[in-house]
Design a protein around this ligand. Structure first.
Ligand SMILES: *Cc1c(COP(=O)(O)O)cnc(C)c1O
Length: 239
């Protein structure tokens, strides 16, 4: 599997730049022991760009469409240790291919969807790892649990036998206002900490998936353990 040297070079440069910025954000923030994981979002990426990412050693890929995730998983079946992440809204009738692909689902945004994932995972005798998406900003165009809906239903989480809830995910509102963005990320962490207490620490919910190309440094300062980055990886390729 090869990509052109030019593409590889550009993506390598972008990737190194992102890694430096991630590290600097860790050091600026309060979570110096975190090693946030970069998930390369490939929803708009050309196959050749993905080949470059694989050559660079990246193994975590995020897709927003279940169909594309399943196709790309098959396409890259030869590559060892790939982890696929379903990051976009998931309809209940699209759950099966995502579970068959063994993906981690970041965008579980309702109890109904979680029930469906439990059902299909049971049928396939598979444990699905997932994150619950919380809509902190309350924007109508974003999906996700509202925080109260999540906290009031939390007791049911340990009863899912084929689902493992690894943590929470959120998306910041589309604004230039850094303080607003920071507050959303901070709020997700606070909700996670409350949830942990309410569950008497039976479930650690260690993962906080927050931060994209425009705001990953703020997210890391606020405790992100996973950042989902697309466009910054492909900078200078898309011009
Ligand atoms: C597209 C997408 C991303 C990546 O966005 P960029 O701004 O390109 O980094 C992250 N998370 C979700 C849920 C997305 O849909």
């Amino acid at each position: 599997m090869t990509s052109s040297p030019e593409i590889l070079e550009i993506i390598r440069r972008n990737w190194l730049d992102i890694q430096h910025r991630m590290q600097a954000a860790v050091e600026r923030g309060k979570f110096r022991d975190h090693h946030p994981k970069l998930i390369a979002v490939t929803k708009y990426a050309e196959p050749e760009w993905i080949e470059a990412l694989v050559e660079l050693g990246i193994r975590d890929f995020g897709e927003s469409r279940p169909q594309q995730l399943a196709e790309r998983k098959d396409w890259l079946a030869e590559v060892d240790n790939l982890i696929w992440h379903q990051i976009g809204h998931l309809q209940r009738n699209k759950v099966r291919p995502v579970i068959e692909a063994g993906a981690i689902i970041h965008s579980v945004d309702s109890w109904r969807l979680l029930n469906r994932i439990e059902e299909i995972s049971g049928e396939l005798n598979h444990t699905t790892h997932l994150l619950l998406q919380i809509n902190i900003s309350g924007e109508k165009q974003k999906t996700g649990f509202n925080p109260d809906e999540f906290l009031s239903g939390i007791d049911r989480i340990p009863s899912y036998s084929h689902c493992h809830v690894n943590g929470l995910m959120t998306m910041a509102p589309d604004t230039e206002d850094e303080a607003v963005i920071r507050n959303v990320f901070r709020e997700l962490r606070i909700i996670r900490d409350r949830a942990r207490q309410m569950l008497h620490e039976n479930l650690e919910l260690p993962e906080l998936s927050m931060g994209m190309s425009g705001d990953f440094e703020i997210a890391i300062e606020e405790g992100a353990t996973m950042v989902r980055i697309g466009s910054e990886l492909y900078r200078d390729l898309t011009l």
